[in-house]
Design a protein around this ligand. Structure first.
Ligand SMILES: CC(C)(COP(=O)(O)OP(=O)(O)OC[C@H]1O[C@@H](n2cnc3c(N)ncnc32)[C@H](O)[C@@H]1OP(=O)(O)O)[C@@H](O)C(=O)NCCC(=O)NCCS
Length: 188
């Protein structure tokens, strides 16, 4: 049975960078809504990956890497806020599973890992956006996200093909406050 894992990466070495770039390029060329419109080459995607890596290296963001039997199968990034008033919020970006592995439950596994990592970092709310007309918002709704608005026509996929950006939010499990210890045995 395959071992599926989602781990938080705080640094990106050369090998991981190459895997991320290959995945992001393949996902984009398969029509995935992760910042590009196909066709793209690795050179097109590389600057966006560089920005992602910089955010992670700064300590503000967390890269969540999905592996199956140790091989990269997808990733997402948790982007924190630099505002001290918004330390409890993060944005999830670039959610993707390699096209060869989509539709087998790995997207759900990735997002469950993202949620676990976010809770561990103290984030209480996650926001993300989905490209209208792709149906992918249904994936997030199934994971407990609710729509809180839309930016009408904000994504210009092609001239004459403007899509809404659907804004979604999910509250993560709030930490359970420590119960005060009973001084008197309630059974006595
Ligand atoms: C979106 C994505 C991450 C989902 O991963 P996946 O491995 O294909 O999804 P899963 O197999 O884990 O599906 C989990 C559930 O979501 C549903 N789902 C998956 N993709 C969906 C979609 N596009 N629309 C509606 N529901 C979807 C599945 O039917 C499944 O439902 P179930 O639990 O009731 O059976 C993946 O398809 C992907 O990488 N797409 C390209 C990149 C992209 O567009 N990312 C979104 C950026 S906003």
């Amino acid at each position: 049975m395959a071992t599926v894992d989602v781990r938080a990466e705080t640094g990106v070495d050369t090998a991981l960078r190459a895997d991320l770039l290959a995945c992001w390029t393949d996902v984009s060329n398969a029509g995935g809504a992760v910042g590009f419109v196909p066709p793209v080459t690795p050179d097109d995607v590389a600057p966006a990956l560089e920005r992602l890596v910089e955010g992670v290296a700064s300590g503000r963001d967390v890269l969540c890497v999905l592996t199956v039997d140790g091989v990269l199968a997808g990733f997402a990034v948790l982007v924190g806020s630099s505002s001290p008033l918004r330390r409890h919020w993060a944005t999830v970006l670039r959610v993707q599973v390699h096209p060869s592995r989509q539709g087998t439950g790995l997207g759900r596994a990735l997002m469950e890992g993202v949620h676990r990592i976010a809770v561990g970092r103290g984030w209480e709310f996650l926001t993300l956006s989905a490209r209208g007309g792709t149906g992918v918002d249904g994936f997030y709704r199934g994971l407990g996200y609710t729509e809180f608005g839309r930016l009408p026509g904000a994504v210009r996929v092609a001239p004459g093909d403007d899509r809404d950006e659907i804004l979604l939010i999910r509250r993560l499990q709030a930490p359970v406050p420590e119960q005060p210890r009973a001084l008197v045995d309630p059974g006595s």
